[in-house]
Design a protein around this ligand. Structure first.
Ligand code: FE
Ligand code: CA
Length: 500
């Protein structure tokens, strides 16, 4: 038996013959994700020197894992060995199966004479269960240089069932003012460079604590590859094959560092990461990928790439897609099949139409990189939501580095869904002046706040979905406290958020 006695941990026999490493390879922490009612994904990566390529010998290493019903590993529920290879940067993606629904488990890894920290995870309720509550945190946009990840330390202390991360997990570029720390490297374009960028971010202890506290589901936005890329097009180069090689490297490094199942390993520059989860009869969760398959930016052709707010007829073209044909069909069918009292549609960015014109401008202005650059596709998604009657649709987003609350309607019709957009973990938000203009020009946005960093705590019961905007007091202070900026609620059967 592989039992932690609290005194010493014995490595399984299979590992005793392996080379021992002088220092621990578990520098990037542990993580879990993709919880189902009978299984969960366990993740780690062996990297004794994480910021310099990892520092592993160029040989496969067997990593033993164990998952137990208790924190002291007295009752082990599942265990096995995973062969970590150089080709995957010695990352570990274990799908631990045969588990009980809706219960916590603890897990850890052993390799090369070392034992990892312990992570806590949790399975989803059975499809037939009637859960009384689901609590999740919504996170996005964590530029490493612009602040400490204290929001994650506070998140880790919450009793959460799930973290939903909607992108900008890393930033490929250095930007912003008042940096508290530095990337210390140029923008990555190759696989080793993206690996080092992920390792830098994942070496943060607060981020590690949030991963070790509960399972995550993750999608990406643009900065996991390059700012404002669309599908196969880069705003920085017209060399499509160079950009697709860069995208392939970025997608692979993303996979190597996320608690996602082995089936999600990218194939060159392609990776299917959109997915759905069921939490009994309470919640159907959908996680979308609005970067990989989208049409190129409208109205920017021949304007040198800095025309992101210039409107033109092309923007309204019904052929323009945000999700791509396959994903659009998938989400339409999934929404039609969904049975949950609530549906959560988690995706990258603000969905409500937003006039971004400056205070002095006469004409409305739309941002071509958001849903406003794809209004026909947004309409089709809202139609797919409206087609399911008696559902309570909640859209969750990020990307804009400000909190936003909105009713989502098709034209002047009834409210179809309620939207909550989280601010960033650290990334700097729009100026007070811009937020004032945005609020004045868009009265349908019920709340906009861009000056605070944090996350959204979403608390769902059969009768209500509450969203709490929890922020750190000072993102430049590694020991900062937190406070609650605002709360909104949606009552079941009555779409539209109201202050709570
Ligand atoms: Fe961002
Ligand atoms: Ca973004």
């Amino acid at each position: 038996m592989l039992v932690g006695t609290g005194v010493a941990v014995m490595a399984p026999a299979i590992l005793r013959a392996q080379p021992r490493l002088a220092s621990t390879p578990f520098t990037l922490g542990v993580a879990s994700g993709y919880p189902r009612s009978d299984r969960v994904v366990l993740w780690t990566r062996l990297a004794p020197t994480p910021l310099e390529g990892g520092g592993m010998p160029d040989t496969p290493v067997d990593v033993a894992w164990e998952l137990a019903e208790d924190e002291r590993f007295a009752r082990v529920a599942a265990r096995g060995t995973f062969r970590a290879t150089t080709a995957e940067a010695h990352s570990v993606h274990v799908e631990a199966g045969g588990l009980q629904p809706a219960r916590p488990y603890w897990y850890r890894f052993h390799a090369a004479g070392h034992t990892s920290p312990v992570g806590r995870t949790q399975t989803a309720p059975a499809d037939t269960a009637k859960p009384e509550r689901l609590r999740l945190a919504l996170a996005s946009c964590q530029q490493y240089e612009q602040g400490w990840f204290s929001a994650f330390r506070h998140m880790a202390a919450e009793p959460l069932d799930l973290v939903v991360h909607v992108g900008d997990y890393i930033y490929e570029m250095s930007w912003g003012q008042r940096h508290v720390r530095k990337h210390g490297a140029a923008n990555p374009t190759t696989l080793p460079e993206y690996r080092d960028r992920y390792a830098l971010y994942k070496s943060d202890p607060d981020l590690q604590a949030a991963h070790a506290a509960c399972p995550w589901v993750v999608t990406w936005d643009d900065h996991e590859v390059e700012n404002d890329y669309t599908n196969d097009r880069s705003p920085m180069t017209s060399d499509r094959s160079f950009f697709l090689r860069r995208r392939a490297a970025a997608y692979r490094a993303w996979y190597e560092h996320m608690p996602v199942p082995p089936s999600m390993a990218p194939n060159g520059p392609n990776a299917r990461i959109y997915d759905s989860w069921r939490f009994g009869d309470l919640v159907d969760l959908f996680l979308l990928d609005d970067r990989q398959y989208r049409a190129h930016h409208a109205c920017t052709e021949g304007k040198g790439g800095r025309a992101m707010y210039t409107d033109c007829a092309e923007r309204l073209d019904p052929k323009r897609t945000m999700l791509g044909a396959a994903q659009e069909t998938w989400i339409r069918d999934e929404l039609a099949r969904s049975r949950g009292r609530w549906t959560l549609i988690a995706q990258q960015t603000l969905m409500a139409e937003t006039n971004r014109a400056a205070a002095s401008a006469n004409e409305p202005s739309y941002w071509m990189d958001g849903w406003d650059g794809y209004p026909a596709a947004r309409q089709r998604l809202l139609d797919a939501m409206a087609a399911r009657r008696n559902a309570n649709h909640v859209v969750l987003g990020g990307d804009v580095h400000m909190y936003a609350v909105a009713d989502l309607r098709a034209g002047n019709g009834p409210v179809i869904a309620s939207e909550f957009v989280g601010t960033s973990i650290t990334s700097q938000g729009p100026s007070a002046e811009r937020v004032r203009t945005l609020s004045a020009r868009n009265p349908h946005l019920k709340y906009v706040r861009g000056d605070k960093r944090g996350y959204v705590l979403v608390d769902i019961t059969p009768t209500a979905c509450q969203a709490h905007f929890d922020v750190v007091n000072d993102v430049t202070d590694p020991k900062t406290g937190k406070s609650r900026l605002a709360s909104f609620a949606v009552a079941a059967g009555k779409p539209g958020p109201v202050p709570a």
